[in-house]
Design a protein around this ligand. Structure first.
Ligand SMILES: [Mg+2]
Ligand SMILES: [Zn+2]
Length: 219
């Protein structure tokens, strides 16, 4: 059976939520007012991201140099190596922005990973967000991870099982469709409330040893 493996980026691969940190920093904290409505599902990710981007006042070089402080999970690089040894190519699904994900991955020699995300464009003294993907049904997400996982499954030949690893509210739709779920922080709280089965983890070392024990990884 083929395994399809999907990972969230912000707060899962990156130790901190870079999208949140970036908008918080460059909006002078004004973005925080939007978050309660978003977490409660009253406004969509698209609306939040569009409004957050409108609050940003910074040049491209200011934004890019802000990214220098962020680290990735200490087990993630080894996790990618091990996945590939087992002929599984991890795919990153993000409701964040392409430019900082690519920057952080490349800085960690992980630039070859496939990323499905929203797109950020630098404009004079700010940012503009583009949503290249059209969600079929979801009105909550910018880039619905649950729908993307279903599309990958539909394109695969033969039987597949899906694994998803995430940490937050942008992972809710993925958590509902994944066969095997690893969750921490807000996503773990949500899954407990909704009776969605998951395994919690601290780092990707934990995920790797669990997947090995369960036979997803044989090497
Ligand atoms: Mg996250
Ligand atoms: Zn969704």
């Amino acid at each position: 059976m083929q395994t399809l493996l999907f990972c969230d980026f912000d707060g899962t691969i990156s130790r901190r939520d870079i999208g949140y940190s970036l908008f918080h920093h460059f909006s002078g904290g004004h973005n925080d007012a939007l978050l309660p409505d978003w977490k409660a599902g009253r406004i969509s990710s698209r609306e939040v991201l569009t409004r957050e981007a409108a609050m940003v006042s910074a040049t491209q070089s200011e934004i890019m140099s802000f990214l220098g402080q962020f680290e990735i999970d200490p087990g993630f690089s080894a996790f990618v190596v091990q996945s590939r040894k087992n002929r599984i190519e991890p795919v990153i699904l993000s409701d964040g922005l392409d430019f900082y994900i690519k920057y952080i991955l490349e800085r960690n020699q992980l630039g070859g990973l496939q990323v499905v995300s929203n797109v950020g464009h630098f404009i004079a003294n700010g940012l503009e967000i583009e949503f290249p993907r059209v969600n079929r049904a979801c009105r909550r997400c910018g880039n619905c991870k649950g729908e993307i996982i279903e599309e990958f499954c539909a394109q695969a030949s033969g039987t597949v099982r899906t694994v998803f690893i995430g940490d937050g509210y942008s992972d809710i739709c993925a958590a509902r469709v994944a066969d095997r779920l690893f969750a921490k922080k807000d996503l773990a709280v949500y899954c407990r409330e909704q009776n969605i089965a998951y395994t919690t983890f601290d780092t990707f070392h934990d995920v790797a040893s669990r997947l090995t024990r369960e036979g997803y990884f044989s090497e």
